[in-house]
Design a protein around this ligand. Structure first.
Ligand SMILES: [Zn+2]
Length: 279
């Protein structure tokens, strides 16, 4: 049977830039806090820095429920779209803002859209230099958007010492998918998820990841830039998502990622292919 998963949530503002639409992330976030409270599960919330700056009370509320707060970059920009210098400025600023809000050190970082890929692997060094202790930014498989084929499925350490918690993937050969998160968790028929869980279980230290919009069935459709032509699948299965979580967490959840870094020592050091910089 698969080991318990850590609950992780990427708190981001999913509105199209420049549109005067009301924000939709607070209500699903509060609903998730309640859902976790009822089940005595503590997890990790990765928050976009600009969102945290504008909504510090929401960040404090998350921490007040006993959850860990990490950074989901300063803006929701993929690492492939920035220089190493810009990346470093952003992760410094995000850490400072979160720590000012929380009054405690921030240990964790998650790249937008799992964009820590072979050509951005130098980001691990920059995160360690900035004082982060771990990242959860790698999708260790081929993927239509971003992926890091060849990276371990289990928590590991980068050569600089930073711990990495890869997203859970399951499947056979190159056809591995991140079955415990986002679109895959919403859209795959439940028997498929259950079969993965039974026959291709994910590793200790893996997590469920999703976003406010994953449980927001009433959001009007729009073409999400990050997803390109895949945008329509972002709307599939939202109404059933909490039911999926109920099943995945029926036996409880694993602790926040910050409390599981010993698992990365067990996984050992992963040497990525040589890279020249973040972008
Ligand atoms: Zn994100």
């Amino acid at each position: 049977m698969a080991p318990p998963l850590t609950f992780t949530f990427d708190l981001e503002d999913h509105r199209p830039a420049g549109e005067p639409w009301p924000e939709r992330f607070t209500e699903p976030t509060l609903r998730i806090l309640e859902w976790l409270e009822e089940r005595s599960i503590r997890g990790t919330f990765f928050v976009v820095g600009t969102l945290a700056q504008d909504h510090p009370q929401l960040v404090r509320r998350i921490a007040g429920h006993g959850h860990e707060v990490g950074l989901h970059h300063w803006t929701h920009t993929q690492l492939t779209e920035m220089t190493p210098a810009q990346f470093r400025v952003d992760v410094d600023r995000g850490k400072r803002v979160l720590e000012d809000i929380l009054g405690e050190e921030v240990a964790g970082y998650r790249a937008p859209t799992a964009s820590l890929v072979p050509r951005t692997a130098a980001a691990a060094d920059l995160l360690a230099e900035a004082g982060y202790q771990y990242s959860s930014s790698v999708l260790p498989a081929h993927n239509p958007l971003f992926g890091f084929p060849g990276a371990p499925n289990e928590p590991f350490r980068w050569p600089c010492g930073l711990a990495e918690f890869p997203l859970a993937v399951a499947g056979f050969g190159p056809a591995k998918v991140p079955v415990t998160g986002g679109t895959y968790l919403r859209a795959l028929p439940w028997p498929v998820v259950a079969a993965f869980r039974r026959f291709q279980p994910w590793a200790p230290g893996n997590s469920v990841y999703f976003h406010p919009y994953d449980i927001d069935p009433d959001e009007p459709f729009w073409w999400v830039d990050d997803a390109g032509r895949l945008a329509p699948i972002l709307w599939i299965g939202r109404r059933g998502m909490l039911g999926r979580l109920d099943r995945l967490f029926a036996d409880g959840g694993a602790p926040p990622l910050r409390e599981r870094m010993h698992l990365a020592d067990r996984g050992g050091v992963f040497h990525p292919p040589a890279t020249v910089g973040v972008a």
